[in-house]
Design a protein around this ligand. Structure first.
Ligand code: SF4
Length: 213
């Protein structure tokens, strides 16, 4: 796919999802970090169901740092993995002890926190701090590669190629366009190519003949 076509595909995505934004509910960097850790392999809807009670009981990193895993885990159990509760508490202990109780705002510092990988750090940087960042989750990885915006085997390589293609000021928005498209149209099992607004650009649709002119 030529660079021009990639840019046209991105413009189309922007037209299709002008209102795209984070679907996790949060009101500060701490809440964004906790919600994003919980969202791994779990739907945003499910995370949004449990976080109000979690944030009411543990309103900031200091209170969360004092939490006991046996109290927190039952509250977040429906989001899977026991390790998430342990990681949230451990991350907040580090934030309390090493960052004066404030969630750090750099990739380097965020990824030191237990349970915070590069994807979570990028989500927090953009959504909570407004710092340009392009997070690659399962939807972004699948959709970017299917369309042909990049050709990458790993999320790291996808991030590298996509941040070269997309202007820095649009990294965060582009991440949301691709997630929304992945959730609503280009699903893993059954992409709706016939009605997809990107079909004229998409390499996957061309290769698999999932559209019929
Ligand atoms: S044409 Fe099909 S594979 Fe391509 S982006 Fe649209 S839904 Fe996904």
């Amino acid at each position: 796919m030529t660079k021009k076509m990639k840019e046209a595909a991105l413009e189309r995505l922007e037209e299709m999802y002008p209102e795209a934004k984070a679907e996790l509910v949060f009101s500060n960097p701490y809440e964004m970090m906790v919600a994003t850790i919980l969202s791994a392999q779990c739907t945003d809807r499910q995370v949004n169901k449990v976080t109000p009670a979690v944030f009411a009981r543990y309103p900031d990193p200091r209170t969360m740092a004092d939490a006991r895993e046996e109290d927190l885990y039952p509250m977040v159990k429906s989001c899977g993995f026991k390790s998430k509760a342990a990681n949230i508490i451990a991350a907040c202990r580090m934030i309390r002890d090493e960052y004066d109780g404030r969630v750090p705002d750099t990739m380097e510092d965020l990824t030191r926190l237990p349970g915070v990988g590069r994807k979570t750090a990028n989500v927090v940087l953009y959504n909570a701090f407004g710092i340009p960042a392009f997070a690659v989750d399962t939807h972004v990885f699948r959709v970017s590669n299917r369309i042909g915006l990049c050709r990458a085997d790993t999320v790291e390589e996808t991030e590298k190629q996509m941040t070269r293609l997309i202007p820095r000021g649009k990294w965060g928005n582009a991440h949301h366009w691709l997630i929304w498209h992945g959730r609503r149209v280009c699903s893993a099992q059954l992409p709706k190519c016939e009605t997809c607004g990107l079909r004229e650009y998409c390499e996957y649709a061309r290769k698999n003949k999932t559209i019929h002119e």
